[in-house]
Design a protein around this ligand. Structure first.
Ligand SMILES: [Zn+2]
Length: 280
């Protein structure tokens, strides 16, 4: 699952390759847009919005895409071998005289009028890497459903846009609570720190090839992907369990010592059932 920083980097790569240039060819390989031809139009800009990419083209059109789990955009020079996957996974090709952008496995690909972009991204909360970042509103959104587990609230892009599963786990570690803690039970001092901390992590990683949250030499992440290795702070074995609503469960990592709070029991019922407290 790409995080906001990954999408930001993809947007910048696309923007550098395409913006200000005239499209010499477009090839939408999805039935709905099979006859669309954007050739002759200038690409105005490529903007990230949360985990969405908006490629704005002259004439008031926007190519809206989302990478979801394993989509990607690759940029190639003329004559360079395309390397993003087999040809049948290509969803769209946008070419200028000197660069070709190829979208692979994009689960969301649509052509919108730029004036209608809000239809695609209007539901998103404040964007951690966007010009509209608003920490107070992000916190209000997160706390609007106090019974909801913190990890789920952080992944909900309607609350704030840009946090994926890696940052979800790392943020909960840095706040010293489990991802299953109901948002409403987050101590006030830590709730107050949360938006700024999330913003800091994404900003710090915006330009880095490798995501890093620790500031420790030789260790990029505190808990994500580290089970059952020892916690970098206390040496307790890091644990992992699924968290989600059943349809979108995510492997969720935490240190049971550094992060007190509700958590699935080892060998107990699926973590997804520990979503809400009775009556919550
Ligand atoms: Zn620990």
């Amino acid at each position: 699952m790409p995080e906001g920083d990954t999408v930001w980097q993809a947007a910048r790569r696309l923007h550098d390759a395409l913006a200000g240039k005239v499209l010499t060819r477009s090839d939408f390989r999805v039935p709905r847009y099979a006859t669309v031809d954007l050739a002759g139009r200038t690409v105005l800009e490529v903007a990230p919005r949360g985990k969405h990419l908006l490629t704005r083209v002259e004439g008031g059109l926007t190519v809206h895409s989302h990478l979801r789990m394993d989509g990607s955009w690759k940029v190639f020079a003329p004559g360079q071998r395309w390397s993003g996957g087999p040809a049948h996974q290509i969803r769209v090709v946008l070419a200028t005289a000197d660069r070709t952008a190829v979208g692979y496995r994009l689960p969301v690909l649509e052509l919108l009028r730029t004036a209608d972009e809000q239809r695609a991204v209007g539901h998103l909360g404040p964007d951690l890497l966007g010009p509209d970042w608003d920490p107070a509103r992000a916190l209000d959104n997160l706390r609007a459903d106090p019974a909801r587990p913190l990890g789920e609230a952080l992944l909900d892009q309607r609350n704030l846009a840009g946090v994926g599963n890696v940052y979800k786990c790392e943020l909960c570690f840095l706040l010293g609570v489990t991802p299953w803690l109901p948002v409403g039970e987050l101590p006030a001092d830590r709730a107050a720190r949360l938006p700024a901390l999330a913003h800091k992590l994404l900003e710090a990683n915006r330009d880095r090839p490798v995501r890093r949250t620790t500031g420790l030499r030789g260790h990029d992440l505190f808990v994500y992907g580290r089970a059952p290795r020892p916690c970098l702070r206390c040496r307790t074995s890091v644990r992992v369990a699924d968290q989600g609503d059943g349809s979108r469960e995510r492997p969720t990592y935490w240190c049971p010592t550094c992060q007190p709070g509700p958590a699935p029991r080892p060998g107990g019922p699926s973590a997804s059932r520990i979503r809400r407290r009775p009556g919550g």
